[in-house]
Write a protein of this length. Sequence first.
Lengths: 322, 217
Amino acid sequence: MDSTPTLPIPISYISGRYLLFSIDAVTYLRREHHICGVLIGTLPQIPQQNVFLGLPLELMPEEARLLVDKGVACIVDEAKAHDGMRSLLEEDRRQYLRELESQGQHAMRILADRKEQQREQTLRKLDEKKAKAQAAEVAKSAAGAEAAASSVPSPAEKDGPNSTLDIFGGDDKPSSPSPATLTNTPTPQQVMGITPATSYPPLPHPASLACELLSKPDVPLSYPVFAHLHSHGYFLSPGLRFGCQYVAYPGDPLRFHSHFLVVSAEWDQEIDIMDIVNGGRLGTGVKKGFLLGGPQKRRDEVDAEADRIDTVRTFSIEWAGM
Amino acid sequence: MVPQQTESPSLELSALTKLIDSSSASGRPLAATTIQILHNLQHQHLWTSLQIHDISTPSNATGMGNIEGSISTAFDTPPTLISGIPPHRVYTHPDEQLFMLEKGIQEDDLQPERLFVIPTAQGQPWSLRRMAAVFDALPSLESSQREPVISTEATDTVDSEKAKKLDEYYERKGHARVTKEWGTKRVLLAMVNKGMGGEGTVVYYIVQEGEVKPRQN
């Protein structure tokens, strides 16, 4: 699980959104850089199912900007990056399809092995039960089980996954993609469909095409507060569900409750005190603090957005209960 | 109809209105707010040794020169602070609370602490700069308001064990003040419901500088 993807990680920019399609990149960013994003992928057949979402991961512009500023990621215009798809050689295309198919066969085989193991286990358990129950018929039932086991190849006898792939790669004629091998497995002759989430095994890694990279994402005025809290070890997620800008967690959101509802303001921006009361009371109601903060410098006072991050001051607000 | 009204005894002004009138603050809305909140602290929340502090205007600070006149009127008025000693602790940091639980220290055993209050009224303009100005002024105000240490000799002889624990607590507290483990500088933000239809309710919020983890309410 400690795989490190090739850096910089390409963030796909598609119609105004920053998306990640590689599960390796998603886990790596969460583990090493405290960037969680939001999973937005549903099942095409059941789009109403939105409790457990999957890839792709959508990043806030702030998250994408932070990663680009750190040099961990780069922004790739997805449409342009896939222009190269047409220029792919026919031979490469076939090779890639074959590879996908062998991956599917491999997955199928692992699944069949597991089924087989489970079958054997249950058979063995049944046998033991029988042996206990009918002491007289021990010999007979055991012989039957042995016969059953010998007719089925045990998973240990098979070759390692790499060698099986090689065998199929060699055996298969490119003209006949559906193989009629695997005669000794009792499973149906199906190949699992593999849908890769990323397109850069056939295409070159997008980061290597330096000309395709987009500029840094535009961020809202609240970016300095975001970066300030992130640098203090907080995990930040969008604050829509609590009516604020960000929700700040002291650790991974899967392990911790959040500490703060974060709202950012410019240094001289007029704040209605009623908003402080609203935020303070809402935060206290859900066992959180209300964090109000902002950079002391305006955008036109500094050269780069990064210079504002160091000037951020924040205030934690809680209901006093009196 | 009209004569009747003149004959009926006119309603007396409230005690609060009389107080604000008598203190010649009725012309200055912010001063009136301060007095109203001080009155609320004194009589509703039973705070003691209340004081009013004027802190230097944030317009004296650097970087205010380029603010236009329309905004500066809101910022030029010097913020006033109230300070006083509450009958009970208003805020205890969760880690401090844990330490007190472990040592078996009751809140009543501790010396009362002076707390600063920012008086504001609903609808009054506010900004991060004003908030920061209050926090920047706090250390000098606090040092000028050092409480004389109340002699605890009487309790010392009664319960030396408790006194020892309290010494431990104060030592730990001094350490925590430096490391900011038990929260940072804190003030109480008071907002009074005022103006047309305002009924004079005052709400209080604890404001601390920086990221201070919330109490497990």
